[in-house]
Design a protein around this ligand. Structure first.
Ligand code: GRF
Length: 212
């Protein structure tokens, strides 16, 4: 199995989707190793504790320097040596050091069909406010790799959701989470961990071959 660290800030519904998928046996290659929160008050922490998952909080409110916060967060996560890091409702932009250190091992769930409604100011409920203001008839969610520039990493998975007449940002957010985010994130995490396990085995095999 691959050790996975999940980074959270708020309600933790995407974390809950991973917990529920794991308990239903849908994530056989995934070990939910730890939850790292930017706030000790986040309900996501409660969800992790209820599921018996190790949690640690690094309260961003105590930092005036985003670079120092990023460095401290990297040090904390490094200790787990995760094969995968998932930012799930993690609300803060970290400095490029984070993506550089964990390059290729960080994926994010974003509540729109990127590149639409991504980038500065596009997070949480604001994404759905922008989608409704733009008059789109279809929106959805995206799982993508995290790189130095927010919401621009290679896309891994997407799922479309219809915008309905009378939708408010809140009703649209709930439908996108229920019909898209909570569906594609667990699948993407399992797929990443399968590939990671194959890669590790190939490394091991090559080493064995070399050694023999
Ligand atoms: C979700 O829409 C997620 O896509 C966005 O933040 C919202 C809350 O996520 N990043 P969660 O409930 O904390 O997982």
């Amino acid at each position: 199995m691959t050790d996975v660290v999940i980074m959270v800030s708020g309600g933790g519904t995407n974390l809950q989707a991973l917990i529920d998928a794991k308990s239903r046996g849908k994530l056989p290659h995934v070990n939910l190793r730890a939850v790292v929160s930017s706030s000790s008050n986040a309900y996501a922490v409660t969800r992790a504790e209820c599921a018996g998952i190790e949690t640690v909080s690094l309260d961003i409110k105590g930092y005036s320097d985003r670079g120092q916060y990023t460095r401290d967060l990297c040090g904390l996560i490094r200790n787990y040596n995760p094969g995968l890091i998932v930012t799930a409702g993690f609300l803060y932009v970290l400095t490029p050091e984070f993506a550089e250190e964990f390059d290729g091992r960080v994926i994010n769930i974003h509540p729109s069909l990127l590149p639409s409604f991504g980038g500065v100011g596009c997070y949480g409920i604001h994404v759905h406010e922008k989608a409704l203001a733009a008059g789109v008839k279809v929106t959805g969610a995206t799982v993508h790799y995290v790189t130095a520039i927010p919401d621009t990493g290679p896309i891994i998975a997407q799922k479309a959701v219809e915008v309905l007449d009378g939708d408010t940002p809140e009703t649209l957010q709930q439908r996108v989470m229920r019909e898209a985010e909570w569906v594609i994130l667990p699948k993407a995490v399992e797929a990443f961990c399968i590939k990671n396990q194959v890669n590790q085995r190939q490394k091991g095999h090559n080493y064995d071959t070399f050694a023999s």
